[in-house]
Design a protein around this ligand. Structure first.
Ligand code: G16
Length: 539
């Protein structure tokens, strides 16, 4: 399709205030682009163009979320939302990289023209891109840059302001489905379905303490909690914005350090606590341990197990013909604790699939089942129901309470993307329906002790992995050395992979004892440093 010369001229002219900083080479990583905020104006402008083109191509609304999630406050980034509410389809990631790295206004304009021609898209055209951001001070400015990109293809940039990442995904999904799609609708839908799920069960009673990572989750949970005041769920919000975003608090801090977050010193051991990250798409439960600053974690693996148990209870209460043959799958990554995977296979009898890190991979795999439960150990995840299964539940809901409850679960649990606020309701409903405290949840299985480390190298792309990131293909020889280190650790397992959100190589190790896991992680980190161009002193 021929692209009017005027579009090229319009893109080149609109691009002038958004110059690519010298030497900056943005790369679309695990969940979009990330960098320090001052580098990102051009990236946002170009992502605006990209998502406008995607809206034109699909003739539906797309979305852009400005966030660097669990990364430090001076960073920022962008997550790109498909019309379905899922993350940008992987085929378009190459366009994202190409546009983000164009070296001049003219090169960008010609690449945009090439993209439009290749995709058979006419521009300028009509459509909408919804844009939200987290609490980072750089958010509104970067959102304005993205909006300029959207407008230069003639589309409307709808500025949605402060939202959690999953709220924006949910709003895009709901609007394209023609369903109620405002922020208020989100709270009403989740709270209404939660009440249906817990009707008839006794409230867990105690307060839920929530670490909001000093991020957007604080104000949004306050609004959700207001809808739940009559449902027996009392939430005490901590780290609501008075401190540094993700600083000494939040789900990533907890998972990596296993220390109590800031402002939890007065919370009694055994209390039910949870933590989210900076954009509220990760969830971790925890409880303070006796006599110290440590926390017992209930990570994504454990949330997956609890979800699978809730599903098993509900599915087994369906009429026998409907219960038979429902395919439930659990999707994990290499970070899943070996004890959790064994428990799922041996005790829950569910299929376990392993994908590379990144919700885009897990989410895709979860679609292969009637009910796909996916959680990364770091707390990213959700439960996806196939359309056919939901349709079947709709047909049955008049005569089967379990079918109606499964439908409600499909509303509580965000169907677009992992969502910490929706995840809280999932966990609370599952515990409450079972009448369980944290003790019973913890007793499902004992985690193998594990350790995660980061190694800084000159160029993390020298590490190439295979087999869902469980093995290193390059540099040659590194995997053999890791295998030798693992062989020396009782029940040892270790892998390394380049992060897609930080400029580091990640190291994971687990073994029979904490000391053995720590030693194995340190040994593997030294191997990475020595064989993959480590920077600074060896770990
Ligand atoms: C993002 C992705 C997650 C991934 C995490 C860490 O999370 O959405 O799927 O687990 O990055 O990725 P990596 O190890 O490659 O840095 P978030 O919370 O930062 O958006």
């Amino acid at each position: 399709m021929a692209v009017p010369a005027s579009i090229e001229a319009a893109v080149a002219a609109a691009s002038r205030p958004y110059q690519l900083p010298a030497g900056f080479r943005p790369s679309y990583g695990t969940a979009g682009f990330r960098a320090t905020a001052d580098l990102l104006d051009s990236t946002m402008f170009r992502c605006g163009i990209l998502m406008a083109a995607r809206a034109l191509k699909t003739r539906q609304i797309t979305g852009i979320c400005i966030t660097a999630s669990h990364n430090p406050a001076p960073d920022n980034g962008v997550k790109l939302v498909e019309p379905s509410g899922e993350m940008l389809c992987q085929e378009w990631e190459a366009y994202a990289n190409e546009l983000a790295n164009a070296q001049s206004d003219e090169e960008l304009a010609s690449q945009v023209a090439g993209l439009l021609a290749k995709e058979g898209v006419a521009a300028p055209g009509a459509g909408t891109v919804m844009i939200g951001h987290d609490t980072r001070p750089s958010g509104p400015g970067l959102a304005a840059a993205a909006a300029a990109g959207v407008r230069c293809l003639g589309l409307e940039a709808q500025m949605c302001g402060l939202l959690t990442t999953p709220q924006l995904h949910w709003m895009v999904m709901s609007r394209n489905r023609g369903e109620p799609c405002g922020e208020g609708d989100y709270y009403a839908a989740l709270a209404g379905a939660y009440k249906q799920l817990v009707a008839g069960s006794t409230s867990l009673g105690q307060t839920l303490y929530m670490d909001c990572a000093n991020g957007v989750g604080a104000s949004k949970m306050r609004e959700l909690a207001a809808h739940l005041a009559d449902a027996g769920l009392a939430v005490d919000l901590r780290n609501t914005g008075e401190g540094v975003l993700n600083g000494g608090c939040g789900s990533d801090f907890l998972q990596k350090d296993r220390q109590l977050p800031a402002n939890f010193g007065d919370v009694p051991p055994g209390a039910r606590c949870c933590a989210v990250d900076g954009d509220a798409d990760r969830l971790m439960y925890f409880t303070p341990l006796e006599g110290g600053s440590h926390a017992l974690l209930f990570d994504g693996d454990r949330i997956a197990c609890l979800s699978a148990m809730l599903l098993r209870d509900l599915i087994s209460a369906l009429p026998p013909a409907a219960a038979q043959g429902v395919r439930v799958g659990i999707i994990q990554t290499a970070y899943a604790n070996g004890a959790a995977s064994r428990y799922i296979r041996d005790n829950l009898g569910c299929a376990v699939e392993v994908t590379p890190t990144g919700v885009k991979y897990l989410h895709e795999a979860a679609h292969h089942y009637d009910v796909g439960v996916y959680f990364e150990a770091n707390g990213h995840g959700t439960v996806l129901f196939s359309r056919a299964f939901l349709e079947q539940m709709k047909q049955l809901s008049g005569k089967s309470r379990a079918a109606a409850e499964l439908l409600a679960l499909g509303v509580v649990v965000n169907q677009a993307v992992g969502d910490a606020l929706s995840g809280i309701l999932l966990v609370e409903a599952a515990l409450r329906r079972k009448g369980w405290g944290l003790g019973q949840w913890a007793a499902l299985y004992a985690d193998l002790p594990s350790r995660q480390l980061k190694v800084t190298v000159a160029d993390r792309t020298v590490i190439v992995t295979t087999d869902a990131e469980t093995r290193v293909a390059e540099p040659r020889g590194l995997q053999d050395a890791i295998d030798a280190a693992v062989a020396g650790a009782p029940r040892g397992r270790s892998f390394v992979r380049p992060s897609g959100t930080e400029d580091v190589v990640r190291v994971y190790a687990e073994a029979e004892s904490q000391a053995a896991a720590d030693d194995l992680a340190a040994a593997v980190a030294r191997l990475v440093h020595a064989q993959a161009g480590g920077v600074g002193p060896a770990p």
